[in-house]
Each structure stands twice: as structure tokens, then as C-alpha cells.
Design a protein. Structure first.
Length: 444
């Protein structure tokens, strides 16, 4: 990355220190936000059907609970548009502080939502509003976290690894959320379904305080400071990026089909499927997802690092193909209902996802010119939530109801993989190129 006049005032040691601080702040922040997001998904699979939709049969109640879950994904593109605008206008740092606050407060308030038995359908309505606010917050978080890390990287040959660290927040948040739920489940026992499930939401306020303390201590990125100094700030970045780079926005959304849709099947739908349908132990599934997230601690940054060597696009294509094939093995092992087989299937499930997720941040962010990067990358990334992650548990549940087999869901995963393979092949790849100056994105 070119060193600006402002950035040049920092010594190499100072720049390295700021890079480490930016990476830590981004990773810790995304960990906290994804913790918030994932505890809702787990509760939607385990608790919310009976608590907020008690008059429905089990499958209908699950669909209703995942309906409120889906609302969060609808909010994510809205958050991308709102915070993408301000991220390109006022900076990455201030915007990231705002997203953390919004997400954290919404999650904290979920702990106090009364059940159906107390206020009827109003409990589900309040839950839906808070879930929408969660989605808006996380919708603005990703782009800023990735740019906060990536735009501090001086070496063109390390951006894949550096940008993968905010992605590391996903398995970290997944690990933390499942660890807390597992601990609270063991602590509260039978009371988990009545009041114990509220504790993980309540604890999020502590994490928000930690995240704010860390983020307040970082500097703005050199790339954004250069945009300020050269007066290249765009007045309406969302409108401008849609006008200038619509192709990259659409491809960014579509290439996520094989990454995001299976991920929420493997980490959210699996609780309803394995515990509710296969009658497996809740703690077994929680433990398996916990171990899977630990595996991702290695595979996500490793995939980002390898993408610096073989190219983002090539790495992504390998992951999408692997995901399309793995779905059949996954449901074959799950449907056996053998505890060891189910455990192994869940532990392995995130590896094909991580092969895509590691290089994904750099692949998408590099495709957009700097003054529109927060808006373009956020919008493309979060639009996938409407077509991939959000409806995935609903589609998986509906497919199982219609066909009575997990293999129908595996076919859906394979179809998502085909979409991603085509989209990734068409996505521009800027591995190793300078992305600090304004440029017109072109297919390479």
C-alpha cells in the first residue's frame, strides 16, 4: 500500500503497532457482534418456538421462530447502506463504534422480552424489532472491520491474511456464544427454557464495554486519511457505487451463496434438526459446534494466507466446490443418528466454508475503489443475507417437511455452490495489486 504523507509520519515500528491494534480492534469487535448474532440463532432453534409460539405445532413453531431470525438478515443490507454511507463519509473508526453500540444494546434488550404467556403475540413482535436492529448493526460492522484491518496493511502480499482476521470474529463469536449457552444450560438445568436462556443476552453488555474500550484507542486508516487530504470524499457513496460498480455488488452477493447459506444450516438449523427431529442431546450438538468453531480458528486465517499465494479467486473456487460435495456427506452422517458420526460431521462442516470465508473479505473489498469501498463492499456482502443466510434455515426446514430427508437440503447446498462457482469465476481478482489509490474496477 502506498504510504501517504500522514501515514509517512509514522515509523515502521509505529505503523506495525497501529496495524496490530487495528486487527485486534476489528477482530474483538466482530467477535462481540457475532456472539450477539449467534446466541439469537441458537435460541431460535432451541427455545423461541415454545416460548413465543406455544400454540403452534413443533415444525410450524420452528418456522415461526426462524422467521424472526430471518428478519435480522433483512436488516443487514439496510445497515450496510446506512453505515456504508457514513463509513465512506466520516471514516471507518466512528462508524464501527456506532455499529457496536447498536448491536449490543439490541441484544441486551432481548434478555428482557416477556414470553407469550405474559403478553401474547407482543413478545414475538418486540423480539422481531430487536432482531431487525441487530441485523442493521451487524450489516454495518463487517465492511468497517475488514477495511480497518486491510487498509493498514502496507504489503500487497499480506492483505488476504490481514483481512481474514475480522472474519476470525465469526468462529470466535460462535465459540463464545455456544460456550456461554452450554455453561448456562449446565448451570440452570431445567430452568434454562424458562429464564436461563436470557443470561447470555444479558452478558452481552459486558462485552460491549470491552469492545468500545478497544475501538476508542485506534487511529483512522491511512487510506481514508488520504481521501480526506486529497478531498476525494463522495457525497452520496451508496448511489455512486451502485452507478459505477453494480456488477461487483451483484457478484459479491452471489458468490456468497455457497458460504453463507450452508453456514447457517450448519450452525443454526442443525439445532432444530438434530435435537428436535433426530432427538440428539442438546449438549452434544452444542459441544460439536463449539469444537467446529475451534477448527475455524486455524482454517480461516490459513485460507486467507494461502489466497495471498494462489489468488483469492482460486482459493474461493476450491471452497465452493468442496461445499457443494460436502453437503451430501454431512446429512448422511447426521441422519445416521450415531452420536460419534453426528459429532464428526458437525466438526468438519465449517472447513469448506472457511476455505471461502478466509479470502472472501479481501476478494470483495479489493474489488471496490477506495472512496466507495465501505459502501460497495458492505452492500454486496450483506445483500447475500436476503438470498442466502436469512432464508437458509427456513428453506432447509421446508425441504425437510416436504421430502422428509436431509438429502433434499444437501441438493439445495449443491445448487448454492453452483451459483458461487459461476459468480466467483467472474469476480475481479486484485491479489497482490495496489488498492490504495482510486481506480476503476476491471475483471482480471
Amino acid at each position: 500500500m502506498a504510504v501517504t504523507a500522514t501515514d509517512g509520519a509514522l515509523s515502521d515500528a509505529q505503523h506495525s503497532a497501529e496495524l496490530r491494534k487495528a486487527v485486534i480492534a476489528s477482530t474483538v469487535g466482530t467477535t462481540i457482534e457475532w456472539y450477539d448474532f449467534f446466541i439469537y440463532g441458537t435460541a431460535a432453534g432451541l427455545i423461541f418456538p415454545k416460548l413465543f409460539f406455544p400454540n403452534e405445532d413443533p415444525l410450524t413453531g420452528t418456522l415461526a421462530a426462524f422467521g424472526t431470525y430471518f428478519i435480522g438478515f433483512v436488516g443487514r443490507p439496510i445497515g450496510a447502506a446506512i453505515f456504508g454511507h457514513y463509513g465512506d463519509r466520516i471514516g471507518r473508526k466512528a462508524t464501527l463504534i456506532a455499529t457496536l453500540m447498536l448491536m449490543g444494546i439490541a441484544t441486551f434488550l432481548v434478555a428482557f422480552v416477556p414470553p407469550y404467556a405474559s403478553i401474547g403475540i407482543w413478545g414475538a413482535i418486540i423480539l422481531t424489532v430487536l432482531r431487525m436492529l441487530q441485523g442493521i448493526g451487524v450489516g454495518g460492522e463487517w465492511g468497517g472491520s475488514v477495511l480497518m484491518s486491510m487498509e493498514w496493511a502496507r504489503s500487497h502480499g499480506s492483505r488476504g491474511l490481514v483481512a481474514s482476521w475480522p472474519q476470525f470474529g465469526v468462529p470466535s463469536g460462535l465459540f463464545l456464544s455456544n460456550l456461554v449457552i452450554l455453561a448456562v444450560s449446565a448451570w440452570t438445568g431445567a430452568d434454562f427454557a424458562t429464564w436461563g436462556w436470557r443470561v447470555p443476552f444479558f452478558l452481552s453488555i459486558v462485552l460491549i464495554g470491552i469492545g468500545l474500550w478497544i475501538r476508542l484507542g485506534i487511529l483512522e486508516t491511512p487510506v481514508f486519511r488520504q481521501l480526506l487530504e486529497t478531498k476525494q470524499i463522495e457525497r452520496t457513496p451508496i448511489i455512486e457505487v451502485i452507478r459505477r460498480q453494480p456488477r461487483e455488488i451483484i457478484l459479491s452477493a452471489l458468490l456468497r451463496m455457497a458460504e453463507q447459506a450452508p453456514f447457517y444450516i450448519f450452525t443454526a438449523f442443525v439445532f432444530a434438526y438434530a435435537v428436535g427431529t433426530l432427538k440428539m442431546s442438546r449438549d452434544l450438538i452444542l459441544s460439536a459446534v463449539l469444537v467446529a468453531s475451534c477448527v475455524s480458528f486455524v482454517t480461516i486465517p490459513l485460507a486467507g494466507h494461502i489466497s495471498d499465494r494462489i489468488g483469492r479467486r482460486n482459493m474461493y473456487l476450491i471452497g465452493a466446490a468442496a461445499t457443494g460435495l460436502f453437503g451430501f456427506l454431512y446429512f448422511g452422517m447426521l441422519d445416521s443418528a450415531i452420536p460419534s458420526a453426528v459429532f464428526i460431521a458437525i466438526v468438519l462442516s465449517l472447513i469448506p466454508h472457511d476455505i471461502q470465508y478466509g479470502p472472501q473479505a479481501a476478494l470483495i473489498a479489493e474489488a471496490f475503489t477506495p472512496r466507495l469501498r465501505y459502501s460497495g463492499a458492505s452492500l454486496g456482502y450483506q445483500l447475500a443475507s436476503i438470498i442466502a443466510g436469512g432464508p437458509a434455515p427456513l428453506i432447509a426446514t421446508a425441504l425437510f417437511v416436504a421430502y422428509g430427508t436431509g438429502y433434499a437440503i444437501a441438493i439445495y447446498i449443491a445448487a448454492c455452490a453452483v451459483v458461487s462457482l459461476v459468480s466467483a469465476a467472474l469476480m475481479p481478482d486484485y491479489t497482490g495489486q495496489d488498492i490504495s489509490a482510486e481506480y476503476e474496477a476491471t475483471t482480471t
